[in-house]
Design a protein around this ligand. Structure first.
Ligand SMILES: Cc1cc2nc3c(=O)[nH]c(=O)nc-3n(C[C@H](O)[C@H](O)[C@H](O)COP(=O)(O)O)c2cc1C
Length: 193
């Protein structure tokens, strides 16, 4: 008898990676620094395509949409990605310039979520990004259609799974020029597995 998809899904292991040690008491005040540290660790651990992320947007009717993109840059301004303005995401961002990003690095049982308003980079920066792409990747992109955008973070959550199910959530929130952060664990253990 063939298994149902539900049985197959139940049999697939989840949270199989190995979480590196992470001391909450030493979490930096700046979430960008923590993101870069986690990204470096993912790269060093050989996580495949750690720069692939889900970009979620909202359309004109308020319906969510999501797709996979490549992270282009992270700096004090935000998390950068690039695409065509004529794409669905381009239209959605023109109407609702807000987005969420999510990263999942299975080998380390780590995930990061970023939310905030989205700003479009200058025409010069967008043109430079397009120029840096391969000829094949540039093909078919109309003049002026390529754009770089940044999610300007308002909220960032770092999540790390644990074998004993004491999953860890560290939530940063923008406070004026700086950040506050708080641990959200224990009471949210239903969140995974
Ligand atoms: C791993 C991966 C990376 C991708 N990177 C990009 C990217 O950087 N920019 C882009 O426009 N589309 C990228 N795509 C394609 C998008 O997922 C999507 O199909 C496309 O941008 C159209 O999305 P939209 O119709 O929602 O605008 C990528 C897809 C995958 C699977």
């Amino acid at each position: 008898m063939t298994s149902s998809i539900r049985d197959l899904l139940r049999a697939v292991p989840a949270l199989t990676g190995t979480a590196p040690s992470f001391d909450l008491r030493t979490a930096p005040d700046d979430p960008v620094a923590l993101f870069l540290a986690w990204f470096d660790a993912a790269l060093a651990a050989g996580v495949a395509e750690p720069h692939a992320m889900t970009l979620s947007t909202v359309d004109a009717e308020g319906h969510p949409d999501a797709r996979t993109l490549i992270l282009k840059d992270v700096d004090r301004l935000g998390w950068a990605f690039a695409s065509t303005r004529s794409s669905a995401k381009g239209h959605q961002l023109a109407v609702h310039p807000v987005a969420a990003l999510s990263f999942w690095w299975p080998a380390q049982v780590r995930a990061v979520r970023v939310r905030g308003p989205v700003v479009q980079a200058s025409a010069a920066e967008s043109a430079a990004d397009l120029a840096a792409r391969s000829a094949a990747a540039r093909e078919g992109v109309a003049e002026g259609d390529w754009a770089v955008w940044r999610v300007v973070p308002e909220q960032i959550e770092f999540w790390q799974g644990s074998a004993d199910r004491r999953h860890l959530r560290l939530a940063y929130e923008r406070r004026g020029d700086g950040w506050s952060h708080a641990v959200r664990s224990g009471e949210h253990r239903e969140d995974a597995g």
